[in-house]
Design a protein around this ligand. Sequence first.
Ligand code: SAM
Length: 498
Amino acid sequence: MLENAPAFLDNEGSLRASHGEEFPALMEPDPVAISTERARRGLEEAIAALEDLVSVAGGQKKALHAYLKELRTVYQGLGGGDSSPQRYAQLARTLRDRRLALRMSLEALGKRIGVSASTLKQIERGVRPPSRKTLLLLQNAVELELNLEGFLAQPASAPIAGSSLNCYIAPGYEPVKMVMELSETLNGPGGYLEQTSAYLEHQSALQYLRMANDPTYVSAFRTGFSLEKVAQVICDHSRGTGIEMIALGAGDAREEVRLVQNIVARMELPDLRLYLLDISQPLLSEGFKHAADVLCNQRGVSYFAMQANFHHMDRYPQLHYTPERSHRRRVVTMLGRTIGNLDNEQKFFKYNLIGCHPGDFLVMDFQLAYASASDPDAVRRCDPLLRDEKPRGHKAREEWLGSAIWRHCRDVADVKFHYELLTHCSVPGSYSIEMVATVMGRNRELRRFSLFRFRRYDSILLADCLGTLGWDLVEQNPRSFPTGGGDNMMIFRKSRKQ
Ligand SMILES: C[S@@+](CC[C@H](N)C(=O)[O-])C[C@H]1O[C@@H](n2cnc3c(N)ncnc32)[C@H](O)[C@@H]1O
């Protein structure tokens, strides 16, 4: 930590103090360069579409050619197609020579790569330079042995994948202090651990990852939500605007990155920045690596890692700041049922998402109640965590949540775990099941620690509750488990500022 000042980690791993208080995404873009690049991309699309149209249209060819000429002029004026005319002339000659050497007709080559013979003819005659799309198709014809390097290079203003600064250490992020506090609590007379502590240490993060990537856990909890549907709703409502996706508690970011892929696939001109925010350094690194592996070649997408505490969102104005005339939409996600582990969800959404503006989205998933929270006996009869002697996944939870006890508690001889029901929770209709550890010392004294909690909700009452905080339900995707119970993924939209 550099005295609590924001610090950025570049790809070479060197840490340096930031200039002022800016977050990379906010200090990096030059609005003129961004708009120019967007305009260029739009023109490339338009030119490619018109070229296709010219090859299929009947009587309007003359007019279409005139439009194409104008578009190319504008495109070149914006710095697109920066290769010189001489280089294009050379390419045209080489293309013709190689095609003839291979004894291929224009039609045969056109059919082979999916470009009309007339387009190829014009390129060979130097009447017009090939579009980026045609260049990519020509590249597929390896037998032509064309050297298209330089023609296909990204415009200078486009960021090179992964080369920009990408990691932010938030002010007040002090993992060592948090671990010391955890140790203090575990060596006290007993007590309560907020869920953050379950991910702080490397060993705990590793146990969590093991559990979360176990095939049984994956098939039961992690996959299956229709992220296509979520992406569609977001794109339908944000109508072509750029997206700032703030992934709270992103962990290994598997679902978050899938959501990004689904959104980007629906954007005509991809324009999305993904901020992975997590308290756990190992989980965040894992998530960032995954995002980089999947998204590094995705045009129009950038990604950043933030080592930060989602309970302190009010301290990160960089994520709330919206420049005047910004048309970008925030999509705040909280996936992996994290909402159900919080102490007080109402407080969390009221005070942590203060920077959200009308039109921004909130996406979260959660587990449904097995019975009404007002009937504790029915809950005990129906909810597997309370009903079953050895509920599914118990062993993995024991290893994950119990590992800190063995590491920190002095003189521990034995640990036993059980689950307790709490029905007075912050969101109406919800109940909470706490995982409690009873620690026996060598002198046989007993201490109890509440390690973690799993909350179950009534969808209607949860949506009502968020409605009172200015978040309107837009869409939901409830699922039933074959073994009873179920879960839900909800998309909310901010209707007003609190
Ligand atoms: C239940 S996991 C969900 C992970 C991931 N989103 C998924 O869908 O699998 C909760 C995540 O929230 C992170 N987390 C917990 N408390 C946090 C806090 N106070 N601030 C930031 N991240 C936190 C954890 O490190 C963990 O990665």
